[in-house]
Design a protein around this ligand. Structure first.
Ligand SMILES: [Zn+2]
Ligand SMILES: [Zn+2]
Length: 209
């Protein structure tokens, strides 16, 4: 499995729930974004500084607390799908109230994302796919030969659909109708667990059989 052909992608596993936080950067311009800074903001910041990267924005694949908790500490504009925007500022909606040690609150969204739109990062383009079912506003992000799938598709698994806003039929059709339309060799970077490929999930994911 080859990493992204065009972008620098660095994965951090953060927080008690083992969220994958990805730093994505254009190697030429050094423009960078952070996907799902769920904890360890200081470590992510140090990585950005050490590599001379310029943090332009944060993208949350969805609004759950374990994916947004370090938004504030990183201090960059937050992009999220419109349907999950209220999770940023409401600990009940982001599931942190009464579950985590403290209520998680993020700055409000600076940009509300919609299905099919493009996000520019230096010379890179990321395409937003609305893939609801884990939450109403869950998204996946396509960057060249890589898809960041958040809590929608995992290596050998699919995201929970039993939490508020979740829907089992919806997550399965998001995966089948949007993610599995990509070629077999496209790399999957999920929100938890190790990386995979679209081909591997098409063939071996027991939840998609
Ligand atoms: Zn989640
Ligand atoms: Zn998660």
């Amino acid at each position: 499995m080859k990493p992204s052909r065009k972008a620098l992608v660095n994965r951090f596993v953060v927080g008690p729930l083992g969220v994958n936080c990805y730093v994505v950067a254009d190697p030429d311009t050094k423009d960078a974004c952070v996907i799902d800074p769920g904890a360890d903001g200081d470590k992510i910041k140090r990585f950005i500084d050490k590599n001379g990267l310029k943090l332009k924005f944060i993208i949350n694949t969805h609004g759950h607390g374990d994916h947004i908790a370090s938004n504030k500490e990183l201090g960059a504009p937050v992009y999220i799908h419109a349907a999950d925007k209220d999770c940023l500022t409401d600990p009940k909606k982001n599931m942190s109230a009464g579950i985590f040690m403290f209520d998680i609150v993020s700055p409000e969204a600076a940009r509300l994302l919609k299905d099919g739109e493009s996000i520019s990062l230096g010379s890179l383009e990321m395409k937003v796919l609305h893939t609801p079912g884990h939450t109403r506003g869950s998204i996946s992000l396509v960057l060249d030969n890589v898809i960041f799938t958040g809590d929608t598709l995992f290596h050998g698994g699919v995201g929970r659909s039993d939490l508020p806003g979740g829907d089992e039929d919806e997550i399965l059709s998001s995966i089948r109708e949007k993610l599995l339309t990509f070629e077999d060799d496209i790399i999957v970077y999920p929100g938890h667990g190790g990386p995979s490929t679209i081909g591997e999930e098409r063939k071996n994911n027991p939840f998609l059989a």
